[in-house]
Structures are given as structure tokens and as C-alpha cells.
Design a protein around this ligand. Structure first.
Ligand SMILES: C[S@@+](CC[C@H](N)C(=O)[O-])C[C@H]1O[C@@H](n2cnc3c(N)ncnc32)[C@H](O)[C@@H]1O
Length: 266
């Protein structure tokens, strides 16, 4: 594997943990240890990124000099909840992963990020495995799933903290589809890019290994792979897609893998 890390590896991130929930110190301590971050008890806010465990769960404060504020994932309100209400099986995302009426599928969302696309897929009836290699994002995703997702979605979604390139190649049971949405540097004019996505970009950096991830997705035995790209962006390096599905600002490149359409073990 040529590059096994995101461009800002978590161990180089200036990250501290604070706990403002009186009964949650033990949890905060375990998380801080797992992230190799200091659990800070001072009243002065530490510099850099700060993960805070409060009464409403985990949130990430970005360094004040970035001017981006706080990231908290919430699947019950805000943009994700809005998208969940709009979701229909014939929408481009559902078509991209091959959803059909009455057939429920297992989709691996190998670039979970803020969890929005993955939660939409779960809301459309898929079982979804969300893979995220940023330990901070994996923590926020797991917390939001437990605290804010409707119970029927919570049952269908699991969050795995892993590098999907390795995870996909280690599967013993293939999913029906793999969904990829690697970070695309020029996505929209910076002022128009939503704050949450700007925070995500600052935190995880670029995804320079998207071609390698596509290769792993195509090799993992899934029936199809769908890659989200901004409209007009080049395809990810690798084999040409079988077809593309256009949406207003987005394109889904679909790679059909007919050799993988045999009987499945589950
Ligand atoms: C553009 S964001 C995805 C946004 C997501 N589709 C959503 O709806 O919120 C890309 C995410 O994929 C993650 N990622 C990229 N390559 C990965 C890999 N090989 N394994 C696991 N996560 C990866 C990045 O850390 C980042 O959080």
C-alpha cells in the first residue's frame, strides 16, 4: 500500500479532550487515552482541536483561528434529518447503489465522513456499514447514532473505525454494494461549502488515495461500486465506470461487477 494515512494523521493533530458532564469522566478518560490526547481539567480552553463530552454527547471545537466553530453530528435535526425526510428509493443515491423495491441490501459506505449519505441509505432500507478512518469522526458518528438516530436506523447501521482499503480486502462476506465519496478538493467555491464539510476537510485533509480505495472496493466481491463526484469532476483513476447517474450538483459513477453476482453467503 503506497500511502496508508490520511494527509493529517490523527497522532499529529493538536487534540485535547475535556469533560463537562459530571458523570462522564470515566468515558472521557477512556476516549482521551484511545486518541493519545490529554484529558484537560483546567478552566482555560486548550489550544488546537478540543473534543468535549457534555450532557448532549460529544462535540468537536475547532481551533479558534480557523473561525469554523463547533461540529456536532445530529441525525434527528439539521441537514441530515432534512435529507432523511426527502429520501426516496428512486433518488440518484438509491439508484447508484442499485436499490430495488422490496429488496434490502447491505451497503458499505467506505467514506462515512459526516454520515449523511450513509444515513440516507439506511433510511432507504439498506443495512449500512459506515467505515471512517478518522478516529475523531468515528467517535462523533458512533455518538450521534446512539443518541440521535431513530431506533429503526440505529439497528441497521454500524460504525467501524478503519482504513477502508484494508477493511474491504479483509471481508469474508461481500456486501451488495460499496459506496465511496472521497474528499474532492475543489468541491464548490470555499465560501459556499457548508461549515461542517469545511471542518471535515480541515480535520481529515485530502483523500489522496482514492484510486487505491476504488481498487479495493472493486476487488472486495461487491456486486457494484458507486462513487460520488462533483458534477464535471474527473472520474477516480482506475477502470472506466459502467455508467453515470447525474444529479443537480453531483454525479455518481457506477461500476458494475457482474462476476460478483453469484450466490451470497448471507
Ligand atoms: C467527503 S467525506 C464523505 C462525506 C459523506 N459521504 C457524508 O455524506 O457525510 C470523505 C470521508 O471519507 C473518509 N475516508 C477517506 N478515505 C478513507 C479510507 N480509505 N478509509 C476510511 N475512511 C476514509 C475521510 O476521512 C472523510 O471523513
Amino acid at each position: 500500500m503506497s500511502d496508508t494515512s490520511p494527509s493529517i494523521p490523527p497522532e499529529t493533530l493538536a487534540l485535547s479532550v475535556i469533560c463537562s458532564a459530571p458523570d462522564a469522566k470515566a468515558e472521557a478518560r477512556v476516549v482521551a487515552k484511545g486518541l493519545h490526547a490529554a484529558l484537560v481539567e483546567d478552566s482555560a480552553p486548550p489550544p488546537g482541536y478540543v473534543l468535549e463530552l457534555g450532557d448532549r454527547g460529544w462535540e468537536l471545537h475547532t481551533p479558534p483561528e480557523l473561525g469554523l466553530g463547533t461540529l456536532k453530528l445530529d441525525f434527528a435535526q439539521g441537514p441530515t434529518a432534512w435529507r432523511l425526510r426527502q429520501a426516496g428509493r428512486r433518488q440518484p443515491l438509491g439508484r447508484a447503489v442499485g436499490l430495488k423495491p422490496g429488496v434490502d441490501k447491505h451497503v458499505i459506505d467506505a467514506t462515512a465522513g459526516l454520515g449523511r449519505d450513509g444515513m440516507v441509505l439506511a433510511n432507504l432500507g439498506c443495512r449500512v456499514t459506515l467505515i471512517e478512518r478518522s478516529p475523531v469522526m468515528a467517535l462523533l458518528l458512533r455518538d450521534a447514532l446512539q443518541r440521535t438516530a431513530p431506533p429503526e436506523l440505529r439497528e441497521r447501521v454500524q460504525v467501524v473505525e478503519a482504513d477502508a482499503r484494508r477493511y474491504l480486502l479483509s471481508l469474508t462476506v461481500s456486501p451488495d454494494a460499496v459506496y465511496l465519496d472521497p474528499m474532492y478538493p475543489e468541491r464548490g467555491k470555499s465560501a459556499l461549502v457548508k461549515k461542517e464539510m469545511r471542518i471535515l476537510r480541515e480535520l481529515v485533509g485530502k483523500d489522496p488515495d482514492a484510486a487505491e480505495l476504488l481498487g479495493a472496493a472493486l476487488a472486495c466481491g461487491a456486486g457494484r461500486v458507486a462513487v460520488k463526484r462533483p458534477r464535471g469532476a474527473p472520474v477516480v483513476d482506475g477502470p472506466a465506470p459502467s455508467h453515470s447517474i447525474e444529479a443537480p450538483n453531483t454525479r455518481y459513477d457506477v461500476y458494475l461487477c457482474p462476476a460478483n453476482h453469484g450466490p451470497r453467503l448471507v
